[in-house]
Design a binder for this molecule. Structure first.
Ligand code: SAJ
Length: 424
C-alpha cells in the first residue's frame, strides 16, 4: 500500500505516456512534489483538467489523490526547481530497425538546460547498452557538469505490463544501473518510496541489457509458439493442445501464438540488441517469425473470403483488455486485407481511433467474416446467435483462441482457429 509521507524532494517526470504518467502519479502519491512534463501541449491541457488520456486500472484513484493533495502538476517543459529528473519518453526504431533516440535526446537536452549540481537524472526509457552515456554525457558536459560528480546518472528500466501497471510498479523488483555506485544509491532512494519488490543495483550497461534480455526472451518465446502453430497446422493437429500438454512439464513454459506481437516493446526492443550485435541470430529470426505470422494470418482470412467480401477485425488493441493500438496486429491484418481488395471494418471496445467503432453492431453488419485479432474479454462473451443475423455469411477466424468454437459451430458458423487445422 502506498503511504503519502511528506517528502520535500521535487521530481520531474518527462514523457507522460503509459509509463511516465503512472510513475509521476505514484511518486506524487508517495509524497514527492512531482511535475509531469510532456511536449504535447494538448495532453498537458487534458491532464490539467484532471482528465486521463489513457486507461489503466487503479490509475485514476492515485492520479486524483495526488492532484487533490497538491503534489502533482503538469508543464510542457522541465522546471529548474527539481532535484531529480526521470525520463520516460518513447524510444522507437526506424523502419530499417535502427534506434530512433530523437525523443530521448530532445528530453535530455531540455533537462540538461535546467540541471543544477547535485541533481539526479534517471533514464527509464528502453535503450541499447551504452546509450545512457552516449546521449546524456555530452549534453551534461556542454553545461559544464561532470557526470557522477556534479550530476548523478542512472538507468532504471521500467518493466511493468500494460493492464497491470500500477500493481506491477509497486510489486515488481527493480534493477538500477548507476554510472557510479553513488548514482545508483541516489536513484534507489526515490524508487524505494513506492517499490515493494527488491531493488538490485548494478552498472549502467548491465541494467540496459537486462531490460532487453527480458523483452527479447518473451519475444523469442512467443515466436516459438507461433512457429509451433505453423507446424501444428502442417501436421493437422492443435497447437493449443500441444502447448497445454508441453507446459505440464515442470521446466517448460511456452507462451501463446497469435497474429503478431504488437505494442511498443516486444516488436521493438530486440532491435536494440541487433544494433549492438548484428550477429544475434536467434533474436533476428524470431523477429522475422512475427512478420511470417502476420502473412500467415492474412492468408487464413483470405482463404475464408471471396473477392470483394467484407471482413470485420475484432480487436485493434495490440493485446487483450488494453486501449493501446501501437503496432497493432489487428490494423496490420486489416491493411493487408484491404490491399487485397476486401472491405474491412474495425471494432474495438477500448481503442479510440479513426476508422474504429466501439459499436459492435455497426462493425459486424453485412460482414462475411469475423476475425478475432485481440483477446479482449468482451469477445469471449459474444453470442453467435445475436451476431449471425447481422452478417451476410457465418464465418469466424479466431487468431487468439478466444471463442468457444462448439457454440459458434452449433449456430452454423464455419470456424477456423489459428494453429489448428480443424477444431477437434
Ligand atoms: N502475445 C502473444 N502471445 C503471448 C503473449 C503476448 O502473442 O503469449 C502478444 C500480445 O498479444 C502483444 C505482444 O505479444 O501483441 C506483447 O504483449 P505482452 O503482454 O507480451 O507484453 P507488453 O508489450 O504488454 O509488455 C512487455 C512486458 N515484458 C515482459 O513481460 C518481459 C512488460 O513487463 C514490459 O515492461 C513491457 O513489455 C515494456 O514496456 O517493455
Amino acid at each position: 500500500m502506498l503511504t503519502m509521507s511528506d517528502r520535500s524532494e521535487r521530481i520531474c517526470v518527462v514523457g507522460l505516456g503509459y509509463i511516465g504518467l503512472p510513475t509521476a502519479s505514484i511518486l506524487a502519491a508517495s509524497g514527492f512534489h512531482v511535475v509531469g512534463c510532456d511536449v504535447d501541449e494538448e495532453k498537458i491541457e487534458v491532464l490539467k483538467r484532471r482528465e486521463l488520456p489513457i486507461y489503466e486500472p487503479g490509475l485514476r484513484t492515485i492520479f486524483e489523490g495526488a492532484i487533490g493533495a497538491d503534489k502533482l502538476s503538469f508543464s510542457t517543459s522541465p522546471p529548474r526547481e527539481a532535484d531529480a529528473y526521470i525520463l520516460c519518453v518513447p524510444t522507437p526504431v526506424s523502419p530499417d530497425g535502427s534506434p530512433n533516440l530523437s525523443y530521448l535526446r530532445e528530453a535530455a537536452r531540455a533537462v540538461a538546460g535546467v540541471l543544477e549540481k547535485g541533481n539526479l537524472v534517471v533514464v527509464e526509457s528502453t535503450i541499447y547498452p551504452g546509450a545512457t552515456e552516449e546521449v546524456l554525457f555530452p549534453l551534461l558536459q556542454e553545461q559544464g557538469l561532470e557526470p557522477g560528480k556534479d550530476v548523478f546518472v542512472a538507468h532504471c528500466p521500467e518493466r511493468v505490463i500494460p493492464g497491470h501497471i500500477i500493481k506491477e510498479l509497486i510489486e515488481n523488483d527493480r534493477v538500477i544501473g548507476g554510472y557510479t555506485p553513488e548514482c545508483a544509491r541516489q536513484a534507489e532512494k526515490i524508487y524505494r518510496s513506492f517499490v515493494e519488490g527488491k531493488i538490485f543495483i548494478t552498472d549502467l550497461k548491465t541494467a540496459e541489457m537486462v531490460k532487453l534480455a527480458e523483452n527479447t526472451y518473451r519475444m523469442v518465446n512467443i515466436a516459438l509458439a507461433m512457429e509451433f502453430a505453423l507446424i501444428a497446422e502442417h501436421l493437422g493437429i492443435n497447437v493449443w493442445e500441444v502447448i497445454t500438454l508441453a507446459n505440464r512439464h515442470p521446466r517448460v513454459d511456452i507462451l501463446n501464438p497469435g497474429p503478431g506481437m504488437g505494442g511498443h516493446c516486444l516488436p521493438v526492443d530486440p532491435y536494440f540488441l541487433l544494433h549492438v550485435y548484428k550477429d544475434a541470430r536467434v533474436t533476428h529470426n524470431a523477429l522475422q517469425t512475427n512478420e511470417i505470422m502476420l502473412a500467415h494470418s492474412t492468408g487464413l482470412a483470405t482463404s475464408m473470403l471471396s473477392p470483394g467480401e467484407k471482413a470485420t477485425i475484432l480487436g485493434v488493441a495490440y493485446k487483450g483488455n488494453v486501449d493501446d493500438a501501437r503496432n497493432s496486429p489487428g490494423f496490420a491484418l486489416g491493411k493487408r486485407l484491404k490491399e487485397k481488395g476486401f472491405e474491412v471494418s474495425y471494432h474495438d471496445p477500448h481503442v479510440k481511433a479513426e476508422g474504429v467503432t466501439n459499436e459492435l453492431e455497426k462493425a459486424i453488419r453485412h460482414s462475411h467474416l469475423l476475425v478475432v485479432a485481440a483477446d479482449h474479454n468482451e469477445y469471449r462473451l459474444l453470442k453467435p446467435g445475436e451476431v449471425a443475423p447481422l452478417m451476410k455469411a457465418r464465418r469466424i477466424l479466431d487468431l487468439r483462441r478466444v471463442i468457444d468454437a462448439a457454440l459458434w459451430e452449433a449456430e452454423g458458423f464455419e470456424v477456423r482457429l489459428l494453429g489448428a487445422s480443424s477444431l477437434k
